[in-house]
Design a protein around this ligand. Structure first.
Ligand SMILES: *Cc1c(COP(=O)(O)O)cnc(C)c1O
Length: 383
């Protein structure tokens, strides 16, 4: 099969019409109010509160600072139970709060924290659970809450992949004490860099607003050791424009998913990891799991072979966070304690997934994968 004559990347940012963006930038510059809770910031905060159907949202300059401030605002100490199968930011936010991650193994189907494994990790130092809705597959929110309630633990979700989706009929941002969202350029909804926290307890609003602005309460009063985590007006304005495009982008990604599903779903050795649709899907990623013995080659090999066709996939999330050098001494990072995570991290591959991906190209990518599969069995067929 021919290789693509253009590079196909794993994602492409959703961007506003450039004329709209230029008008927006002019408006911000003319207003002479560039940051510090300006009008665009206020509008976007309200629009996201409505869109995500949550009680409160606090915007920040990225998802990692949102998580940093969220953990701080909840007053956590000691140990936090989390997943090894996530983006580094999840556990780095724990480190920067002086919290020790306790890694819990994951579910082999959803790749999320396995609730059956949480309780055995709880000690008197545990103060919270930090689960991640990996690839928009929802965590078992009911069971996690039940465990948290029983042990009086806080639950803060990393919802970086869960923008605009529902879990058990309720918006993703309504579960737990808080949910962090990332508005990074690679995420479905983006403000180039940006993030936010959704939460039900209105009392957290004042605390988070203090923490994201150096703890400054008034012109002569600093009441917390805060951070600078403010989203500026141009990025907020960018977000207002991008949010308008999200419904159509979701439709387009659904069509892309259908083409992948049709072809890849019937190939031996491929399991589609991101199999939710409609309101239950964030359409953030399209990920597959490769079973070498049935598919014919392993994930790493497929990842390399696809490059020859100009198709660039990603091994999200490789390596596991529990494999980071600075966690070596932690008991919970031992490989024998995380068998499922160590297994799936070698098998998962995120494929190109964005609305502007031409459906003929999606079909062609799928057929390349089918061809790679079949070519590995030619020998055995002949024999
Ligand atoms: C993107 C991402 C983050 C970090 O968000 P930033 O906005 O880039 O800081 C955290 N967790 C997960 C799971 C992510 O995918």
């Amino acid at each position: 099969m021919e290789r693509f004559n253009k590079q196909i990347n794993v994602t492409k940012p959703l961007t506003p019409n450039t004329l709209m963006a230029a008008d927006m930038i002019t408006e911000v510059i003319d207003s002479e109010w560039l940051t510090n809770n300006g009008i665009k910031h206020q509008i976007l905060e309200q629009q996201l509160t409505d869109y995500l159907d949550v009680e409160n949202i606090t915007l920040t300059n990225n998802g990692t600072t949102a998580l940093l401030l969220g953990l701080k605002a909840l007053g956590l100490t000691g140990e936090v139970i989390t997943t090894p199968f996530t983006f580094p930011a999840t556990v780095e936010a724990l480190d920067w709060n002086g919290l020790t991650p306790v890694f819990c193994d994951v579910d082999p189907v959803t790749y999320n924290l396995n609730p059956d494994k949480i309780e055995e990790l709880i000690t008197e130092r545990t103060t919270a659970i930090l689960p991640v809705h990996v690839f928009g597959n929802p965590c078992d929110v009911e069971r996690i809450q039940e465990i948290a309630d029983r042990y009086r633990l806080k639950v803060i979700y990393d919802g970086a992949h869960a923008f605009g989706m529902e879990i058990n009929g309720r918006p993703s941002g309504q579960w737990g004490d808080m949910t962090m969202f990332s508005f990074h350029a690679t995420k479905l909804f983006n403000t180039i860099e940006g993030g936010g926290l959704a939460y039900n307890d209105i009392n957290l609003k004042r605390e988070l607003n203090l923490l994201k602005n150096f703890g400054i309460e008034g012109p002569e009063s600093v009441v917390r050791s805060g951070l600078n985590a403010k989203l500026n007006e141009i990025q907020a304005g960018f977000g207002i424009e991008v949010l308008k495009l999200v419904p159509e982008e979701r439709e387009k990604r659904y069509a892309v998913k259908k083409v992948y599903d049709d072809i890849l779903g019937s190939i031996d050795g491929i399991r589609i990891v991101t199999n939710r649709e409609g309101l239950e899907s964030s359409y953030q990623y399209f990920a597959i799991e490769i079973e070498e013995s049935l598919f014919g080659c392993n994930r790493d090999h497929l990842h390399e072979l696809l490059k020859d066709y100009n198709v660039f996939t990603r091994k999200y999330f490789y390596p596991l966070c529990s494999s980071f050098e600075w966690y070596k001494s932690l008991e919970s990072t031992k490989k024998e304690n995380l068998p499922v995570a160590h297994n799936i991290v070698e098998k998962v591959l995120a494929l190109p997934f964005y609305g502007d991906l031409n459906l003929e190209d999606v079909k062609y990518i799928s057929n390349i994968i089918l061809y790679i599969h079949e070519s590995h069995f030619v020998g055995s067929v002949v024999n």
